[in-house]
Every structure is written in C-alpha cells, then in structure tokens.
Design a protein around this ligand. Structure first.
Ligand code: ARG
Length: 570
C-alpha cells in the first residue's frame, strides 16, 4: 500500500482541492504535513492561518487521523492513528499496479561480440535489469532486448585477424564451399577475446589492414559465404561467454538476444521507406539522413545510413531495430540505457524515428549513465592501465568480500561469499545517481557496515533467523507502538511509493537507498525492542514478530527487485 498516496488523496477529496502532501524530516510533529491552507488562502486572498483554522476540523474528521494541528504560517501537521497503521502495515509489501499498463521495450546490456564485457557494460546490465524488474512488478509488459553488437566494424576486424593467424583456413579462398564440414576449425574463447583489441590496435597503425577489415565487414553483410561460415563459428562462442557473465550477475535472461544482425535484415525495407520519403541524401559516396533543425544550437551531424563501402552503420542498424520493434511489439515506449557519451547518437536516432513517423518523440527515451572511476577520478583501469573487464571486476569484488569475511572471523561457504560479493557490487552501483559518475572502491563496497550490499543482506539474514527461531505465532488484531516500531511501520508503508517513483523517474537509487534506510530502522528496532527475550509479554512479542514478518516481506521484495539473493546465514 502507498500510504502517502492514500492520505494525500483522502485529504484532497475532503477539501475539494489539490494540495501537496509533505513528509516532514522530523516526524515528531506529525507523520505528514499539508500546505493546503496556504495555497488555498493565496487564491482566495485570505489569511493562511485563518484558513487553516477553518479547514482543520475537516482534516480531523478523517477516520485515519489521530490528531492534526496548525504550525508556522499555516501548515497543517497530522498524525495517523495506530490502529489504522497496523491494518495498513499488513499490505506494506504489495505493489499497486500501474493505472495504465504499457508495453515497454527496454534496450540494455547490448554487449558486443568478440569484445569481452568491460566495466562500461556494468551499469547498463545492473540498472537495466532492475528497471525491467520494477516495470514488471508494476504490471507493465516489459520486453528486454540485448541489442548485441554482432554485425558492424568489429566483425570485420576479428575476421581479418583470424585470417592473419590462419591464412591457410578455407574461409578466405575464392573456392570456398559453403556446404563443407568445418567443425574442426575451432577457437578458444579466451583467445577470441584478444582478437578484437589486437586487430583494433593494428588497424590504427596499418591503413591497409583497416581497409581490408572494412571490406570484410561490407562483404560479410552482403552474404560472403566464407566469412559467414567463420562468423557462425565464433558467434556462438562469444554468446556463450556473454551468457556466463549475465548469469553470474543474476540478471533476468533477456527476452530477445536480437542485435544488429537481426536489425540489418530490414535494411531494404527501411531503405525503401527512406527513399519514398526522400530522406536519403548522397554524401561523399555514403548515404545519409539529415536530422538538423533550424533551431539547433549545437552541431547535429547527419545520420549515416550506408557508408561509402555500402555497409550499414551502427546508426542505421538502430533505425532498423526500431522498425522491427514497432512491427513486432508496437511498444508505447522504448527505453535505451547506455553510457551518456552516446547521447548524440540517440538524439539523432529519435529524430529519424520522428521523420519516419514511426514513434512520437516522447515515446523514445535514452538514459545516459555516468562513468565508473578509480580513486584518481579517471575512468577505472586495471593495474596495467587497461580498461577493466567485467569478469575481472566481479573477481576483484569477490576477493575483497573474502577478505572482509576473514577479518570478521565468520566461517562462510563459497556460495554465500559469492552472494555477498554480488550484493556489494550491485547495491553500490544501484545506490548512486545513475546519471552521475562514481568512484569504484572494492574494499569500501564489501564492508559489512554503512551503505553497502553486505549490510543489507546481513539485515535480511538476521530477520529470517528471528523468524526461524520464533516458530509459529499469531498476529494480534490491534497494537500500540513504541516510537521505533512506529518509525519502522511508516517506512514500510513507503515501499510502494518508492517503487512507483523509482520506475517513473528511472531512478534505481531510490530503491537502493530506501532499502538502506529501511535496514537502519529495522536494526534500531531490533536493538531497542527485544523480541524473544523471556520477560517480553506475549502480546508485545506477537506484535514485534508480526513487524519482523512484514519487514522481511518488504525487504525480500526490495532485494529481489534489485536482483540480489539472500544467503541462509551470514
Ligand atoms: N553495443 C553498444 C556498446 O557496447 C551499445 C548498444 C546500445 N543499444 C543500442 N540500441 N544502440 O556500446
């Protein structure tokens, strides 16, 4: 239940006026505060305090209001009745479905074949997955796309590199027979990951090599039999290693692993539409779509559709991908999640979609996230100065988590430590403002104290253990609360609202930080309100156990929304 929304709507209904409900920082003076009197006084030309005195009785009449009073220039503070809270608390873990369920295509992950996943793919994976889970929990039809980079320039580079390594392989010859058995030509997955960086470095120095690789990309796209056969050998190897990383991050499997290659199938269809609308223009041997508008203040380059070799570009495949999604899902919204350095690309893409009348501008959304930096404030690098691979990052956090566990003197099995490490990595990522950069520090994020994943997991494990030890208990019909209990209930009743606003504002940090605040209140409650101690009266114990149960339900849901698993012990 969304307590905030409920109270807010009831007050507005009673007053026949739309006022904003505030949650005071200090709850000592009330659970909520409304500025209704002040806003109403302004439009009626009245004194706000007088108007507050007039409407106060109306607010006091509401059945969930325990007391209400006027404060300052005309605020009305109100306190909610405990019996109302107690009943409401039982619905704290339920999420109110969206009033208008939408079909939402989500484009995240979007890894590249033959380029291992690196630190830049971390936020798109973790946050994309959480937005997907949030949307799904709210009843939207979420359709995820792993828009794999499996068709562009890197493919030509990798094939050119393999040709350099194995010039004797049959794929490069003119007499290549596509019906042959090529199963003996295999590539070690570890090796494969090195091809692209090596080829890419060489291409920077060696123009002929670059030109050859570009030629290969164009020919592959046009169905060259040998290159296609070779591509079909390394593609599954690359996809399998991608899948392993996705699994180790506990990400919901993608609904579609349809990337650039799939999109490229619609090249001719889209080309025709562009030509019919006179939107393709020649430019130095290439063909482009002009997306510049008169009012533009910054440079807005045209979108290259075909490059001068006749290959489709990254930009073009995104137009085709939209065309495909429109045709198959007809989504209300398409949300892309990438590094913010791709903002221009998406601005251009959305303009093309508008020109084609494929999607209105507000149906397409790009969320650009910030960079993950090292202690020096520069993009995080490994010790040898390379871009950190995602698998190495996961391993690094695993090592740090092992150290923390050892320091604490706990004896935990490997599976548990892996869960702790994953929680450390993901929670840390989620707790930062998505659009801002942050500093990645494995030692800090694995700490058992502070705003960390391990702290959250520990709280959940502790609640589960209380419930296990308590056994069966009955839920009392009414209850009186101490302040720590009451504070906890108020926070529990803020879960639904948090989920709604986190999704609506695409701000996963709201869920992560809510969870942290909740855990703090749980631990304060746990500390100040003994539960299983012998001198605790039976009804007090039952109330507290019920609270533990509700807190467990909410926390478990929050953790699940963040894609985190709770260990049995910690
Ligand atoms: N594969 C790209 C990269 O790693 C990201 C693709 C994002 N999605 C898209 N539809 N363009 O940078």
């Amino acid at each position: 239940m969304n307590l905030y929304k409920y109270v807010s709507e009831k007050i507005n209904e009673k007053l026949g006026f739309d006022a904003k409900l505030e949650i005071p920082r200090n709850r000592e003076f009330g659970d909520f505060s409304t500025n209704a009197a002040m806003v109403m006084a302004r439009s009626a030309g009245k004194n706000p305090r007088e108007l507050a005195t007039d409407i106060l009785p109306k607010i006091q009449e509401l059945d969930f209001v325990e007391s209400a009073s006027i404060a300052g220039p005309g605020f009305i503070n109100l306190k909610i009745r405990d019996d109302f809270l107690w009943r409401a608390a039982h619905t704290a873990a339920s999420i109110t479905p969206a009033a208008t369920p939408l079909v939402i295509d989500m484009d995240y992950g979007a890894y590249n074949v033959a380029k291992s996943l690196h630190i830049g793919h971390m936020r798109t994976s973790i946050v994309g997955d959480v937005l997907y889970r949030l949307g799904r929990a709210l009843g939207h039809k979420m359709i995820s796309y792993n828009h794999i980079g499996d068709w562009g320039r890197p493919m030509g580079l990798v094939i050119a590199w393999i040709e350099k390594l194995h010039p004797d392989w049959p794929f490069f010859g003119v007499n290549f027979d596509p019906r042959g058995d090529y199963s003996k030509y295999t590539i070690d997955p570890r090796e494969l990951d090195t091809y692209y960086p090596k080829a890419s470095a060489l291409a920077k120095e060696d123009e002929a090599f670059l030109a050859h690789a570009q030629q290969i990309t164009a020919e592959l796209q046009n169905g060259h039999a040998g290159y296609t056969a070779l591509y079909n050998i390394f593609l599954p190897i690359a996809l399998a290693s991608m899948d392993r990383t996705i699994k180790s991050l506990n990400i919901v499997p993608f609904d579609n692993d349809l990337g650039e290659r799939n999109a490229a199938k619609y090249t001719k269809d889209v080309e025709k539409i562009l030509r019919d609308k006179n939107l393709l223009e020649p430019s130095d041997g290439a063909e482009v779509v002009v997306v510049k508008r008169d009012e533009d203040k910054k440079p807005m380059p045209p979108v290259m559709f075909y490059n001068s070799r006749g290959a489709v570009t990254y930009d073009a495949t995104d137009i085709m991908a939209l065309y495909y999604r429109k045709k198959t899902d007809n989504p209300d919204k398409v949300i892309y999640l990438t590094d913010k350095r791709q903002s221009l690309h998406f601005e251009q893409l959305f303009r093309v979609a508008e020109l084609l009348k494929m999607f209105p501008a507000d149906a397409l959304e790009h969320i650009g996230y910030g960079t993950i930096n090292g202690a020096d404030g520069k993009p995080f690098k490994t010790r040898d100065g390379n871009v950190a691979e995602l698998n190495d990052i996961i391993e690094m956090v695993g090592v740090a988590a092992r150290e923390r566990v050892a320091e604490s003197g706990k004896k935990l099995d490997d599976e548990t430590i892996d869960m702790i490490a994953l929680a450390a990595l993901k929670f840390n990522d989620l707790s930062h403002d998505l659009r801002a950069d942050y500093i990645f520090d494995p030692a800090q994020i694995t700490s058992f104290e502070g705003r960390t994943g391990p702290y959250i997991l520990y709280t959940a494990v502790r609640l589960n253990s209380v419930l296990r030890r308590a056994g069966k208990f009955a839920t009392p019909d009414t209850a009186k609360f101490e302040s720590d209990e009451r504070n906890l209930i108020m926070e529990l009743l803020d879960f639904d609202r948090t989920v709604q606003s986190a999704f609506d504002s695409r701000a996963t940090d709201l869920v992560a930080n809510y969870t942290y605040d909740l855990c703090q209140l749980i631990n304060t409650f746990y500390h100040n309100c003994p539960i299983l101690r012998e001198d605790i009266p039976a009804d007090t114990r039952a109330t507290r156990l019920t609270l533990v149960q509700i807190a467990t339900d909410v926390l478990t849901k929050a953790l699940d929304l963040m894609g985190l698993k709770i260990p049995n012990e910690m």
